[in-house]
Design a protein around this ligand. Structure first.
Ligand code: 6PG
Length: 475
């Protein structure tokens, strides 16, 4: 160890914490390790003999802290929630001014803001840091979204850039704003991740139930789509999931997996925050809701017994080249809407919380390492870097052209799915949002009339300045 001290420490050696610690060690850092179950820290070292000269398991928290060079950098990778507070409580008496504690978990940004406020007077820095890329990302290069004081970033940058993912040798890590900015951006990343996955699942549903394609055929289609506009990690893994055979039965594994999706909370948080900010994120909402419905299997089964035989027309999808092209274009167009909504939520949060979130920079660090990584994020980066940081992505000329071209396909796919009863909640939410967003004269005038009639909520007029209340006939 340099000066007999480790350059940073990692607390919490579950899968993600362990992988991050190994990543730091592999990049040449000396890493102190601490875990509540102390054997885990020792085992991580003995399991990785090639890195053992840079891994320092400690049995006691006091020794762990003492083994770090100052100002100390401690990465917490514990369960979000009370475990973070418990660990902070245990650490605080052992730390000094200038030390930095990083919460690298999937934490609610509201908690991160509260912890920043709590530590503000102590001189100890608290950094909320979003880390995306799953287990492999943490081990070999995640996308990293850093929040907290900007001057702390100068200290962290040389530690985080080497372990981050690289896109054309540019490190996928950035400081995004004070207090909860990093965790907020990670939450919206996950909301977009949910929407992207749901739209892929709906497209799979059309191919399975509307076109009766086999998982192998669908896998080939996704692999083909992965060579152009939709090229992304999520499309790539969809092709892999569809091609895998169950080793015991030989059947496509996907056909044996229960159709109930789990969720740990970040997707839901993204939607709650969008609602609080008054920003429409209907594709993210549809994705969260679809996971909830997926989990109510028994109830779905009862509903299916009642409504399963509505004698709907046969699906009008076609597996020929034109039909598949239409599906591809529909997915691509809906995906643009989902990302536009996610970025609009970040734009509103930026104003609300005084972060000045760099939207182009966020797209830049999502291009590699994270779960939603794709070529498409490069286009978003360019769109935001070419001006209009606060504007909805749909107003950007390049994306406007793509949506203008693709909307007819999205319309056709949603309409055909609706007629034949194939659920497409996220695809149709994208279309509905697009139509609503582009409509100069909407229908909220009648809502304002209703509100004024029953509650004297007042309204504004197109032909005159001011606020008005009408004497409506008694009803
Ligand atoms: C990532 C992922 C990762 C995880 C989320 C979502 O960016 O690496 O988003 O954080 O997948 O926790 O998990 P759920 O689907 O279980 O909510």
């Amino acid at each position: 160890m340099t000066n007999s001290k480790a350059e940073l420490g990692v607390i919490g050696l579950g899968t993600m914490g362990a992988m991050l610690a190994l990543n730091f060690a592999e990049k040449g850092f000396e890493v102190a390790l601490f875990n509540r179950t102390v054997e885990k820290a020792h085992k991580l070292r003995s399991d990785n003999p090639e890195l053992e000269t840079r891994l320092y398991p400690q049995t006691k928290l006091k020794d762990f802290v003492a083994s770090l060079s100052t100002p100390r950098v401690i990465v917490l990778m514990v369960n979000a929630g009370s475990a973070v507070d418990d660990q902070l409580d245990a650490l605080m008496p052992l730390l000094e001014k200038g030390d930095i504690v990083i919460d690298a978990g999937n934490t609610d940004f509201n908690d991160t803001r509260a912890r920043n406020a709590r530590l503000a007077s102590t001189g100890i820095h608290f950094v909320g840091m979003g880390v995306s890329g799953g287990e492999l990302g943490a081990r070999h290069g995640p996308s990293i979204m850093v929040g907290g004081d900007e001057n702390v970033w100068a200290r962290l940058r040389p530690l985080l850039e080497p372990i981050s993912a690289k896109y054309e040798s540019s490190p996928c890590v950035a400081w995004l704003g004070i207090d909860g900015a990093g965790h907020f951006v990670k939450t919206i990343h996950n909301g977009i991740e949910y929407a992207d996955m749901q739209m892929i699942a709906e497209t799979y549903g059309i191919m399975r139930d509307g076109l009766q394609l086999s998982p192998q055929d669908m896998s080939k289609i996704f692999a083909d789509w992965n060579t152009r506009g939709l090229s992304s990690y999520l499309i790539e893994i969809s092709a892999v999931v569809l091609s895998e055979a169950d080793p015991e039965t030989g059947r496509p594994l996907v056909d044996l997996i229960v159709d109930a999706a789990g969720q740990k909370g970040t997707g839901r948080w993204s939607v709650i925050e969008a609602q609080k900010l008054g920003v429409s994120a209907t594709t993210l909402e549809a994705a969260v809701a679809a996971r909830s419905i997926s989990s109510s299997r028994a109830e779905r089964s009862r509903a299916s017994a009642i409504f399963g035989d509505l004698a709907l027309p046969a699906p009008d999808f076609s597996p020929d080249e034109a039909g598949l092209k239409e599906l591809e274009l529909a997915l691509e167009t809906a995906k643009i809407v989902a990302y536009a909504q996610g970025f609009a939520v970040m734009s509103a949060a930026s104003a609300e919380f005084g972060w000045a979130l760099p939207l182009g920079e966020i797209a830049r660090i999502w291009r590699s390492g994270c779960i939603i990584r794709s070529e498409f994020l490069r286009d978003i980066m360019i769109a935001y870097k070419s001006g209009g940081e606060a504007d909805n992505l749909l107003l950007n000329p390049a994306f406007a052209r793509r949506v203008t071209t693709g909307q007819a396909a999205l319309r056709a796919v949603v309409a055909k799915a609706a007629l034949s009863g194939i659920p497409v909640p996220a695809l149709s939410a994208a279309l509905a949002y697009f139509d609503d967003y582009c409509r100069e004269r909407g229908t909220a005038n009648i809502i304002q009339g209703q509100r004024d009639l029953f509650g004297a909520h007042t309204f504004q007029r197109l032909d005159r300045e001011g606020t008005f209340h009408h004497s409506w006939p008694a009803v």
